[in-house]
Design a protein around this ligand. Structure first.
Ligand code: AKB
Length: 324
């Protein structure tokens, strides 16, 4: 029998790439989002798409009862920077939405729930190398709700046997516009670098956080979802790839876009968030339990990403325009 997967928040930065990879692996994949169905350039015509507001418990239950997924990839969330604009709404989408998804999966006996957590669960006062288990003291509503999501998922596993698994994503970078993250300065160096030949980053040059190229992030989700439960000693795992300073990213970008000018004008609010996040993540548990290993280094990502962004901008010059 073909495994059916349902992805929430599927129209976001991770979802569309995840759908492509799951389909290539032979899964029957359904997408859902509060946003309208993406166009054919982004999503194959034969992918079923459902309109879903995860804050509406009845709507979640009704859709999941209709689709009857074996696996749910719960991605729907508002990210850190946008999340601070209206924290109450972020709480509702990220927290109520996650409770609704978990509760429905429990009732319908969904086999597995895969959740995307983040480095934003951490807060100030971290060691240089940050393991899975340190006190979690997030400073953003996004981080607060992701800590709660991790803990709720773990509770549902221990209390109800719902097979819940999560990765803590570093800042993800891909050839698509992210939706309001604080790690976005890294991607904007590439997109504005190609589009305009310059970018003024909203962080200091020495800012250092964990980052990852999207194909590695997607592979992590898929590999964790397929790991034998017996090999998992925990529900939530740090995963890491590379941790360059913003200045090192700029240097890498300039190898692929000669003459690009990247400058730094820190924004106090976003800088404070970045400074509260880990500089380097320890992902030993993921490596040991389910064989996690990143493939892309910063420079390999640069080499792969710049031609992709160039091609996309040639097709659609407005694609990476933004008002912030
Ligand atoms: C954000 O910046 O909010 C996200 C994240 C690190 O989870 N990219």
């Amino acid at each position: 029998m073909t495994t059916r997967c349902l992805v929430t928040g599927a129209g976001g930065q991770v979802g569309l790439d995840l759908i492509r990879v799951l389909r290539a692996r032979g899964f029957d994949v359904h997408g859902s989002d509060i946003a309208p169905r993406p166009g054919p350039a982004q999503l194959d015509d034969d992918v079923p798409w459902h309109s879903l507001d995860v804050t509406d418990a009845d709507a979640v239950e009704s859709l999941f009862s209709k689709v009857r997924p074996h696996r749910v990839f719960h991605l729907a969330a508002i990210l850190s920077a946008r999340g601070e604009e209206v924290p109450q709404r972020t709480y509702h989408v990220n927290q109520t939405g996650t409770v609704n998804v978990l509760e429905t999966c429990r009732k319908l006996e969904v086999e597995r729930v895969i959740f995307t957590s983040t480095i934003a669960v951490f807060g100030p006062g971290l060691p240089e190398l940050v393991p899975d288990d340190v006190p979690l003291q997030p400073t953003t509503m996004y981080g607060v709700t992701k800590v709660a999501g991790e803990m709720l998922g773990d509770y549902y596993w221990r209390r109800f046997g719902l097979d819940f698994r999560a990765v803590r994503f570093p800042g993800l970078i891909s050839a698509s516009l992210p939706g309001g993250g604080t790690s976005d300065y890294a991607l904007f160096m590439y997109t504005d670098g190609v589009r305009l030949g310059h970018y003024e980053a909203f962080c200091r040059a020495d800012t250092r956080i964990p980052l990852m190229y999207m194909p590695d992030g997607i592979r992590a989700l898929v590999e964790l979802s397929e790991a034998p439960r017996g090999s998992l000693r925990r529900s939530t795992y740090n995963i890491a790839a590379f941790s360059p300073t913003a200045e090192q990213i700029a240097a890498s970008v300039s190898t692929a876009i000669p003459g690009v000018k990247i400058t730094f004008a820190p924004d106090a609010h976003r800088q404070a968030i970045l400074d509260s996040w880990p500089r380097v993540l320890d992902d030993d548990n993921a490596r040991q339990d389910w064989g996690w290993q990143p493939e892309f280094t910063l420079d390999q990502m640069t080499e792969a990403l710049v031609p992709k962004i160039r091609a996309l901008i040639e097709q659609n010059p407005e694609l990476f325009e933004r008002d912030h």
